[in-house]
Design a protein around this ligand. Sequence first.
Ligand code: ADP
Ligand code: AIR
Ligand code: ASP
Length: 281
Amino acid sequence: MSKRTPLYEGKAKVLYEGPEPGTLIQHFKDDATAFNNQKRGTVIGKGILNNRISEYLMLRLEEMGIETHFIKALNMREQLVKAVDIIPVEVVVRNVTAGSLAKRFGVEEGMALPRPLIEFYLKSDELGDPMVSEEHIMMFGWADPLELEEMKVQAIRVNDFLSGLFLGVGIKLVDFKLEFGRIFDEDGNVYIILADEISPDNCRLWDIQTGNKMDKDRFRHDMGGVEEAYQEVAKRLGVLVDPNKPVSGDGKPKKVGKKAPVKTGKTIKSPVGDASNNNDI
Ligand code: ADP
Ligand code: AIR
Ligand code: ASP
């Protein structure tokens, strides 16, 4: 494993070649950056938590008919994904004012928007991810009109579903960023699917009761308790990882002994979703 050559090393993840053509291994690091690399640090255990949270959310979205790049969990920090041609546009959906929106327009954080707001940012570290219009996107050919429409439709579906899912565990989904990529079907037609990750690194998540921030803003603004906040999100989703527990190739805990465990039907339900996916509680 250690001899693998990375195809790409980003700020929070490394991509390795996957075992089959058209696949990649997405490795989640503990590195954290903010404000387009101006602030750097490490959050111990973040990669493990984000890997698990993103896996869980992508699987739930797949169940809702939203196609994602996720194929399967590999280990604590890695997942197998479909290789896509990333569309260089970050799609941000906002339900509540916060972050750059609040700053740009001089409004206070925490105001509920009358409906979800979609914004687009060019994925470019050098340029500081500038906000772009739909016209810019089509003009420069970053995505065509059909792809743009598809990204908007999918982003709203993701927002509807994730807002409800997080609400169910006492968390307000304030805003988030998605990335989409192009992929070919068997007939050679190109279509887009959801890629990258969905985790507290790219969502704003506020505790409904206390208003506490449970996301990367804790790192951005030196608020402390970053790892604890990510852990709490994982715990509420029912996917908290025990780093001491080995995980087998399919992402499920290693079975001890020769016999498969007997199914009793008395599976303990996690706060959300099914317990079958919650291997590491
Ligand atoms: P960054 O590149 O912004 O530093 P990361 O450290 O998260 O970000 O690196 C992950 C990179 O992998 C991102 O650039 C992202 O666009 C890209 N990526 C995510 N999913 C896929 C995929 N399925 N296929 C190809 N590239 C992907
Ligand atoms: N985001 C945008 N670029 C990178 C990330 N992670 C996410 C933030 C936030 C949302 O997009 O984490 O959830 C909006 O960010 P901002 O800074 O524009 O307010
Ligand atoms: N993800 C971007 C960065 O790493 C922006 C941010 O999260 O603030 O700088």
